[in-house]
Design a protein around this ligand. Sequence first.
Ligand code: CA
Length: 229
Amino acid sequence: MARVLLVEDERAFLHALSYNLRKEGHEVITATDGARALELARSHRPDVVVLDVMLPGKSGLDVCRELRAETSVPILMLTARSEEMDRVLGLELGADDYIVKPVGLRELLARIRAAIRRARMPTPADAPVEILERGALRMDASRREASWRGRELALKPREFDLLLHMARHEGQVLSRDALLTAVWGYEYVGDPRTVDVHIRWLREKLEEDPGDPRHIQTVRGNGYKLRLS
Ligand code: CA
């Protein structure tokens, strides 16, 4: 059971979603505007936040930025199909994922469940010790620390998970769908562009020339491959 904060001003959608999540045993709190969402997030400390971008008053992007400054709660952004910029911006502001509307209730529930499961992953304190050293990369999975060529890498949580997964499978071609499943944990296929955006950020941190990547290679039509040597 998790505590989910739903932020959406379309009331029919909000009700359908809360009804279904409550039926599955989750505690649901709802807000229809950004200011209220921030209040509730502070007072109720949800496990997951589902946040629509288009809200009256303070936008979902502003709420995301403010929340991220205070907490690491997983944030799922809901964006309209036409608003490509919102998606990338949402991720840059620290959202964990975005979901493009219109979206079926079934898929949305599956994505929320996946976020709830991720939120419950063991915290660093009780995770088993795992240190991975390959080439110039060193990752401490339990402390969630990474270094590259002896320098500490500042990685967002999902960047860390992505790099760790790729490092564990160094040299293998990993499809975007496989990466989504392994790192984001979808039961259903999510938007592969989420992977592309994170790959771009990792390249900016690892590659001498992110425009001509040596380590995180694109395999046309297939996905990505990590080479550390
Ligand atoms: Ca809305």
